[in-house]
Design a protein around this ligand. Structure first.
Ligand code: NAD
Length: 247
């Protein structure tokens, strides 16, 4: 008996990084997993998904029609949706004076509006089978603040707020809504984001009480718990997974 046996789960932004790890862990914990991303994968990568027993569905979360079609086809294929992980996200790090409106709008479109739209679509489908649960990926930057990430952290602050309201609104339909707020996680894009200035990352690690960066596995572990029935009395929570950071 696995912790997520037979649960039908959708993970967005799952072609790489944290989302890929969540999808992989959900599958190895017994779930029927649909990994979604805007990337068209090459054959080798698609084979990796197949080997892990994961379905891959390509669509862009900013394309409302494509998103709806994808959700409906997953529902038709499985007859139910038990879990949605809203993980797809983009980040543009800029100091206040350098903020670019187009980047900010794109971050809000992908990190916030698409999450709202997916919750709207999928909660309607979850209700047909008596409920489910939704996990939104926020960020420690929204909880503690982070210089150079004012616009990005605002999108993640919106995620924290909408998680709490959605949890209250959807509780009567037996849908739990929680968020996981990662600290700094070492993913493929990590080098591009942080490693250009090695001293800065050392400084950040020195402010993490557990003395190390997060791994995608750390985030996947938290998501697995929240997606499982072991968390059946937990909703509206923001679970920080940041090594006790004070970034
Ligand atoms: N890595 C970190 O340190 C960290 C920390 C806190 C929060 N997060 C959050 O965790 C989530 C995953 O981050 P990651 O580090 O794995 O990032 P990543 O860039 O490696 O992966 C994000 C994925 O989302 C996909 N994506 C982006 N825009 C999309 C769109 N419009 N439609 C469909 N897919 C889209 C990308 O193709 C990519 O595969 C994000 O929401 C991010 O904000 C990351």
């Amino acid at each position: 008996m696995n912790i997520l046996d037979n649960k039908v789960a959708i993970v967005t932004g799952a072609a790489q990084g944290i989302g890929w790890r969540i999808a992989k862990q959900f599958a190895s914990d017994g779930a029927i997993v649909y990994a979604c991303d805007r990337q068209n994968l090459d054959d080798a990568k698609l084979q990796e998904f197949q080997n892990a027993g994961i379905h891959y569905v390509a669509f862009d979360v900013t394309d409302a029609a494509a998103m709806k079609q994808a959700m409906m086809s997953i529902y038709k294929a499985q007859g139910r949706i038990d879990c949605l992980v809203n993980n797809a996200g983009v980040v543009f790090n800029r100091k206040i004076g350098m903020i670019v409106r187009e980047e900010t709008e794109l971050m809000f479109r992908i990190n916030v509006i698409a999450v709202l739209e997916l919750i709207q679509l999928v909660s309607r489908l979850m209700v047909r089978n008596g409920g489910g649960n939704i996990i939104n990926i926020a960020s420690v930057t929204a909880q503690l603040g982070s210089p150079g990430q004012v616009a990005y952290s605002a999108t993640k602050g919106a995620i924290i707020a909408l998680t709490k309201s959605a949890a209250k609104e959807l509780a009567s339909q037996n849908i739990r809504v929680n968020a996981v707020a990662p600290g700094i996680v070492q993913t493929e894009r990590f080098a591009e984001l942080y490693e250009s200035d090695g001293s800065k990352i050392d400084q950040r690690i020195s402010r993490i009480a557990l003395g190390r960066l997060g791994t995608p596995e750390d985030i996947a572990n938290a998501c697995t718990f929240l997606a499982s029935d072991r968390a059946s009395y937990i909703s509206g929570e923001i679970l920080g997974v940041n090594g006790c950071a004070s970034i």
